[in-house]
Write a protein that binds this ligand. Structure first.
Ligand code: PAF
Length: 282
């Protein structure tokens, strides 16, 4: 496994792989790798000849009051996981390698970022869109793999790749969950034991909404109310948002029909968690 820290080195490696006719699968991460990342790496391994994983805690996507400083950085463990998964290259740029002092360009996706995470975390998607565009330009993969847990992020990345004619196919893989339903996330490591138990409330709320839909409810207001009631029942949980939206446009709907997504953001203590569930309503 190669560790590459410079843009020049990464570009040279990718161009050489391309010349050799090898397809590149790319998994961009901020490290603190878990089973969710592992499943993305496995998908990349299965679909492509070579796998590149980037580990870069992107300061641009954290707001001033967010958890950039305390974001976990267990590099040794991450490298071990990548080695075990037979990753070909770990791209590990420093902050000033991606953002030298003269850097002043931002990629901005418009409508899709004006709701949900975009409201709660102003500037977040600008940071994600900018770093993902840079990483795709540097690594030049045929396919890039993202987790469905970050549903809006996957939509934003798919939009920017289409709009900017970037020749990478975006593959979105299902959320990996703990046996009790909690979506895997690097931020789960912040939870105390008590909070960890409380955090299952996100999945319970999504399941409650799914169940009322299965029972025939089509009013988005009532479906949303089912999620909110479940969150309120957990004393350690504080709701940020709960929404019933069109799976494609992420517009909130009034009536549950067609492909939908239930979206949730909830504070458990000092940790903000997100989750979602896609549904098809007839
Ligand atoms: O999902 C993440 O880990 C990050 O937002 C990403 C896509 C690696 C960009 O920094």
């Amino acid at each position: 496994m190669h560790t590459i820290r410079t843009i020049k080195g990464m570009v040279a490696w990718s161009r050489s792989a391309e010349r050799d006719g090898r397809s590149i699968g790319f998994v961009p991460t901020m490290g603190a790798l878990h089973e969710g990342h592992k499943s993305l790496i496995k998908s990349a391994r299965a679909a492509c000849d070579a796998v590149v994983v980037s580990i870069f805690v992107n300061p641009l996507q954290f707001g001033p009051m967010e958890d950039l400083e305390r974001y976990p950085r267990p590099l040794e463990e991450d490298m071990r996981l990548c080695r075990r998964e037979k990753v070909d290259v770990v791209f590990l740029p420093a902050v000033d390698e991606l953002y030298p002092s003269a850097f002043e360009t931002a990629v901005s996706v418009q409508r899709l970022t004006r709701r949900f995470e975009g409201i709660s975390r102003p500037g977040h998607f600008g940071g994600v869109a900018t770093v993902v565009t840079k990483l795709l330009n540097i690594v030049h993969p045929g396919k890039a793999f993202f987790g469905q847990k970050d549903y809006q992020q996957a939509a934003v990345v798919s939009r920017l790749v289409a709009d900017l004619n970037i020749c990478t196919e975006i593959i979105v893989r299902p959320t990996v969950r703990e046996p009790d339903g909690l979506a895997l996330s690097s931020r789960n490591t912040f939870l105390t034991l008590e909070e960890r138990k409380a955090a299952t409330v996100l999945y319970q709320a999504l399941a409650a909404a799914r169940d009322v839909i299965r029972d025939g409810e089509r009013s988005a207001k009532k479906i949303r109310a089912a999620m909110i009631r479940t969150i309120w029942e957990e004393p350690l949980a504080r709701l940020d948002y709960a929404a019933v939206a069109d799976a494609e446009t992420l517009e909130e709907v009034r009536s549950a029909r067609g492909r939908l997504v239930l979206l949730l953001a909830v504070w458990i203590g000092n940790t903000r968690l997100i989750d979602n569930m896609e549904l098809l309503c007839r």
